[in-house]
Design a protein around this ligand. Structure first.
Ligand code: G4P
Length: 287
């Protein structure tokens, strides 16, 4: 088994994306940042705070159907402490999405009032959606566009292909131009993105990844995971992650000749089941 690995990213056009975002920010009143509720820290662009600056922001914790609801509630409190409203959403079922427009309007009330004071009768508000790949940005846009029977238009000018959606009377949404990158130079971030399936498995050592995931699961001890593999919480706490992987493989009868556990197969199975939330609703990062 390999003991260390560095995930190679080829993001390309980062500077270009950054410039496009900077230009587009001038056109909007607020930014809605989508994060994966299971890894709110790792599913973040490292430059987003600087880019957004003092512009009003709302955080959308997506895929909350796969995250631990108690931990999601703690994240919401955490962001509240930072003065940021966070909304848990699930773009698979659409849960939480109905609150998006009202919450943005609430957030932008001072901006709306300022515009009204300047004589603009029905000021429109504009929100830009940002998020690193795979957080569910397209799913979010598709759902919200359908729910609101939105009008879609390409407005040339600032950046070619800037896509605008008129969702509601006076509410406009802009899709981020370009691809926003994660903190790819950080190995822990890369691993966590790989756990949830945002990094291609072919470039990673599956066994090492499974062992690293088990390191985290050993700390969290999710009940559904323990039951699924007929483990007991004490044993999970006592043995090391590689032994735990062997035990899990054994429970599933993944043996090779000589009675040894096929840890490669067990690793792939564990990662698949984690990604499909079959091990329960698990959040890997806590505030
Ligand atoms: P992106 O634009 O940010 O790159 O993400 P995208 O919407 O393509 O979503 C990435 C994957 O995450 C998709 O799955 C999508 O269905 C899934 N997804 C998005 N939001 C949610 C959510 O709230 N809950 C759950 N459980 N899944 C969500 P996929 O396997 O890549 O595609 P598909 O199987 O849906 O076709």
């Amino acid at each position: 088994m390999q003991t260390n690995q560095n995930i190679q990213w080829f993001p390309g056009h980062m500077t270009k994306t950054k410039r496009m975002i900077e230009a587009s920010l001038k056109l909007v009143d607020a930014v809605a940042e989508i994060k994966d509720a299971r890894i709110p820290v790792s599913s973040t662009n490292p430059d987003i705070d600087t880019l957004v600056g003092s512009k009003p922001r709302i955080i959308l914790l997506n895929k909350c159907d796969m995250a631990d609801a108690n931990v999601t509630a703690r994240w919401i409190e955490y962001y509240k402490g930072l003065g940021i409203y966070a909304l848990p959403i699930d773009c698979k079922s659409g849960r939480g999405l109905e609150k998006f427009i009202p919450e943005c309007r609430k957030l932008l009330l001072p901006v709306i009032e300022k515009k009204q004071a300047r004589g603009i009768k029905n000021p429109s508000i504009r929100v830009m959606i940002v998020g690193i790949p795979n957080v569910g940005k397209s799913s979010f846009i598709n759902r919200i566009v359908k729910q609101n029977r939105a009008k879609v238009e390409d407005r040339p000018g600032v950046t070619r292909g800037n896509q605008w959606f008129t969702l509601d009377r006076g509410f406009e949404m802009l899709d981020t131009p370009g691809v926003l990158w994660p903190k790819f130079e950080d190995q822990v971030v890369g691993e966590r993105l790989a756990f949830i399936g945002s990094v291609k498995d072919q470039i990673l050592d599956t066994e090492l990844l499974a062992v690293r995931l088990l390191d985290l699961l050993k700390e969290i001890k999710p009940q559904a995971f323990i039951e699924r593999f007929k483990l007991d919480a004490d044993t999970v706490g006592e043995i090391d992650s590689y032994e735990l992987l062997q035990l899990i493989g054994k429970r599933r009868g993944m043996l090779i000749s000589g009675g040894e556990v096929n840890t490669e197969r067990a690793s792939a199975m564990l990662l698949d089941e984690f990604r499909a939330a079959k091990l329960g609703r698990i959040t890997l990062e806590r505030p």
